[in-house]
Design a protein around this ligand. Structure first.
Ligand SMILES: NC(=O)c1ncn([C@@H]2O[C@H](COP(=O)(O)O)[C@@H](O)[C@H]2O)c1NC=O
Length: 506
């Protein structure tokens, strides 16, 4: 008689699965809780302890860790191994259906204790899963309820599961236990304050396959971090087609930019760079100002707000061709209106999410760094040239500084009245970025302020800024030739503020 061992923490779908196996003539073996559920459903089920001759002990820490179980799973189906099983009165186990203690859900609970987390580290489950996956030619391994029906269908129609499917299930099983272990190691390392361990174990769960990657000839998929952290994968799609690879990256850039501000803010993003950013009394004003900054580039943009979108703003925004809109919420009428736009994706994501770490692949490896969450404090600002900017000018400088952090280096942002006037992004020299930003703003640059993501290596950017009428500049400082830039500011009556913080973005 064929035997199936079923031991599951997530018991969804397990009753019909076990019943299906019973109908196919399988003997079902189960651990405590699973046994109870199946027996109550009227399924004939043997307790693991009857097979092992040993009770479950240590509050369930030891249930299935026994040669009678692991021998039955791991034995090759050859004469040599089968005779060893016979000599030791061990029967083979042909199906292992196991899912693990809910470690993720446990550590997601606010205030969870270390002891609770540790008790939710499954030991016996991964041991069985890995054993079954190693011996996939003889054992069918199932780690998720979604496979129950597929396996039952195979058994009913063909009497067995083919080797190709068994292999796929085994690969899935090893990926599953690897991801589970990565979660445990990251959680425990995090408790020690260790975020960059010698062995890096990051894992994700597929949210969905993307139609393609950055370009149509590139395959791509969207994964959520296996750790319980909220992020873009949690954004609720209220309307529209599936997000593309580029949409997801741009939506993140737009979201993070508006999170910089406590005031109502709007950011319009193109290819991860902002083309217009503004603050306003309300989202409507912020949107109008952000759009006015660069209406040409805004076409096909990704638009983010940090406040609930009202109907009037939705109507105005819908006049623009946007790919994605992301906000913490939408008034009912606003949503109804936006939904009339067939090609618009509407996302809702609460404010306040902030990544702590940034992982990036490079050829043959990864780079891991803390996210750029360095914030300005009043003490970090140092006026090195000209007069101390007045309150309003200072607000513009800080606004421009917060925006420039989100622009690819070399980056220059020109701003006035809490709105961008010109943005120079991703240039190979700083004065080139400045030229782009200033030329975009033209006359509007008169009386505006300028932010630079890194220091000025020469005084050329200051001189160009003076030509366009810039009144104040904010930049990290720290160049060997800072004095030349400071002298140029004094000569042209420009105030210069050092932040002591650099915001390169690659
Ligand atoms: N210790 C063991 O021998 C052991 N064997 C199976 N488990 C787990 O026990 C859970 C099922 O328990 P129950 O059927 O009692 O609800 C499963 O998630 C399974 O992975 C075990 N528990 C944890 O390590």
């Amino acid at each position: 008689m064929k035997r199936a061992l079923i031991s599951v923490a997530d018991k969804s779908g397990v009753v019909p699965f076990a019943r299906g196996l019973e109908e196919l003539g399988y003997e079902i073996i189960s651990t405590g809780g699973t046994h109870k559920l199946l027996a109550e459903a009227g399924i004939k089920v043997t307790k693991v302890s009857e097979i092992t001759g040993f009770p479950e002990i240590l509050d369930g820490r030891v249930k299935t860790l026994h040669p009678a179980i692991h021998g039955g799973i791991l034995a090759l189906r050859n004469e040599e191994h089968l005779s060893q099983l016979k000599a030791n009165r061990i029967g083979t186990i042909d199906i292992v259906a196991v899912n693990l203690y809910p470690f993720r859900e446990t550590i997601a609970r606010p205030g969870v204790s270390l002891q609770e987390a540790i008790e939710n580290i499954d030991i016996g489950g991964p041991a069985m899963i890995r054993a079954a996956a190693k011996n996939y030619q003889g054992v069918i391994v199932i780690v998720k309820p979604v496979y129950y029906e597929q396996v039952l269908a195979f058994l009913r129609e063909k009497g067995d599961v083919d080797q190709e499917t068994r292999f796929k299930l085994a690969v899935e099983a090893f990926s599953h236990t690897a991801a589970y272990d990565s979660m445990i190691s990251r959680y425990l390392a995090g408790l020690q304050g260790e975020v960059m361990p010698d062995s890096l174990a990051w894992a994700g769960e597929k949210v969905y396959d993307l139609r393609y990657g950055e370009n149509p000839h590139q395959k791509a998929a969207f994964y959520r971090d296996i750790m319980p952290v909220r992020g873009l994968a949690d954004a609720e799609k209220l309307h529209g087609k599936e997000l593309s690879y580029n949409n997801i990256i741009d939506a993140e850039a737009a979201y993070l930019l508006v999170q910089e501000f406590a005031e109502p803010a709007c950011a319009i993003i193109k290819h991860t760079n902002p083309c217009g950013v503004a603050l306003g009394e309300n989202v409507g004003e912020a949107f109008a100002k952000a759009l006015a900054a660069d209406p040409v580039s805004a076409f096909g943009g990704i638009v983010a707000f940090n406040r609930v979108v009202d109907r009037e703003t939705a109507q105005k925004a819908a006049e623009l061709f946007m790919e994605v809109i992301i906000a913490p919420g939408y008034e009912e009428e606003a949503l109804a209106f936006l939904r009339s736009k067939k090609n618009l994706r509407i996302l809702r994501l609460e404010n306040g999410l902030k990544p702590k770490l940034a992982l990036r692949t490079i050829m043959g490896g990864f780079l891991l760094q803390e996210s750029d969450n360095e914030e300005l404090t009043p003490d970090s600002l140092q006026v090195v040239a000209g007069e101390k900017p007045k309150a309003e000018e200072m607000e513009d400088l800080i606004f421009a500084w917060k925006v420039v952090k989100h622009v690819k280096s070399n980056a220059i942002v020109v701003a006035k009245d809490r709105a961008t006037v010109g943005i120079g992004a991703g240039q190979m020299n700083r004065v080139g970025a400045a030229r782009l930003a200033l030329e975009q703003g033209k006359e509007k640059c008169r009386g505006a302020v300028m932010a630079s993501d890194a220091f000025f290596p020469f005084k050329d950017t200051v001189e160009l800024a003076a030509f366009y009428g810039i009144k104040a500049i904010i930049q990290p400082g720290g160049s060997m030739r800072d004095e030349e830039s400071i002298a140029a500011c004094r000569e042209h009556g420009i105030s210069m503020i050092f932040t002591g913080i650099r915001h390169f973005k690659h």
